[in-house]
Design a protein around this ligand. Structure first.
Ligand code: CMP
Length: 143
């Protein structure tokens, strides 16, 4: 089953949006298999955003993501990577559709509330950067 890495960024945590964001993915039908509130070290941030190294906004990105706690999560489900991206909305919240997380709650690209893996390769890489195997729980949703 497909898995993705999602993270409520410091602005989302600060603005009390963890519950709403978790709720959206639960209501869609996805399964949460790992989650933790954590602060990100500079070196983890640099690894996580390695593909953006050298871009003009890289330092700001690292500074922002390490500026306060984040809520890191792993979600599981059919096509969860692409569907979560749709639910998040475009990177720039001012052009993200209303009804998406960024469209509803964000204003600017460098404070865009949530991160989500953009491919299977990124998901695998990001999950293993943030979580140990023991932190990911396999369970059934059937009662
Ligand atoms: P995220 O999904 O976490 O992945 C990379 C992040 O870089 C992105 O969200 C934005 O927060 C940030 N980003 C992308 N483009 C820009 C930009 N032009 N200026 C500032 N930040 C950016």
């Amino acid at each position: 089953m497909e898995r993705t890495f999602l993270m409520v960024k410091p602005d989302g945590v600060q603005r009390n949006l963890i519950g709403d964001i978790v709720s959206r993915f639960e209501q869609k039908g996805f399964k949460i298999v790992g989650a933790k509130l954590m602060t990100i070290s500079k070196s983890l941030a640099q690894k996580h955003y390695a593909e953006h190294e050298g871009k003009p906004f890289f330092d700001q990105l690292v500074e922002f993501i390490t500026s306060g706690p984040v809520f890191a999560m792993v979600w599981e489900g059919e096509k969860v990577i692409s569907t979560a991206r749709k639910m998040m909305g475009k990177t720039n919240p001012s052009t993200a559709e209303v009804g998406t997380i960024r469209g509803d709650y964000g204003m600017v690209t460098h404070r865009n509330i949530i991160h989500g893996s953009d491919s299977e390769e990124s998901a695998e890489r990001e999950i293993s950067l943030f979580f140990n195997k023991e932190e990911l729980i396999e369970y059934s949703k059937d009662v």
